[in-house]
Design a protein around this ligand. Sequence first.
Ligand code: GH3
Ligand code: MG
Ligand code: MG
Ligand code: MG
Length: 317
Amino acid sequence: MPMNNAQPGTLLIVDDTPHNIKLLFEFLNNYGFEILVAEDGKDALEIAQEEQPNLILLDVLMPGMDGFETCRYLKNNPKTHNIPVIFMTALSDTLNKVKAFKLGAVDYITKPFQQEEVLARVNTHLTIRYLQRELETQKEALQQLNQELERLATLDSLTKLANRRRLDEYLQREWRRALREQIPLSLILCDIDYFKPYNDTYGHQAGDDCLQQVAEAINHAVSRPGDLAARYGGEEFTVILPNTPSEGAMRVAYLIQNHLQSLKLIHPNSEVNPYVTLSMGVSSTIPTTTCSPDILIQIADRALYEAKEQGRNRIIF
Ligand code: GH3
Ligand code: MG
Ligand code: MG
Ligand code: MG
């Protein structure tokens, strides 16, 4: 990445000697920098916090608060600790240089200074800071994108319920929890009755709308925080009910049935009644180490089959 001089910023010059300030001011101002000036440490802290300069050129030997102490305050204040500090001082011994870097300075220039060198160092540190900010911004954007991606990857795009992937993960996790705590885990499998004839009559688009409404009805009845309603596939839905025994699961299933019934979604050629209905299979167990969560789906699937056999629009445990 080439160093670029194309982004002059605001510099804060802190020095108790007006002559030093004047020299730096005139020179740097010519290069397009905006210059702020402080003649002691206390003023420097105030201006730095309020004006947020891009970089601070800091003298060490000053009456009152010296440059080192000023730097310590700057670095301890969250509002100023990211502003790069370059010391400019007549102190040229190693001990003081090391001390300056330990205090968080990015550079150290000894006086008498060469103007061109000051400019080169200022530009270098401004560029570094600029690139750091760019990286931070990109990192934040990436994190947001990742979150959104994660959300989308677990969502069924048509019904906005959890998708199969999320369902599988959730079922595994809740199974392990129920196994550890030896508490019941229940599952409801729902399948729309005579949905193929519905599609055949109204078309696929209307079928999709119907799926959305049924999904909403299911989600409406599923209200406890740990419960999860998901699209299992096609016109089949699953509800996972952690820490819920069979009676509780049956209650949720009837809630779903009642709510769907109250919507009165017209189904012209259902053999049950003129409305869209669901058949449901319910399963419930306290997990053991000899079984896997598939058992819950298998049992619910068998119950669902039974519900279809018995005439549909019913709930079988
Ligand atoms: P049953 O009462 O036995 O469940 O009868 P059914 O017609 O609902 O059962 P079947 O499994 O034979 O048909 C399911 C139909 O669901 C097939 C397909 O037309 C429809 N279907 C599945 N996924 C979608 C979808 O994403 N959108 C739409 N519009 N229809 C779907
Ligand atoms: Mg089906
Ligand atoms: Mg079927
Ligand atoms: Mg069906």
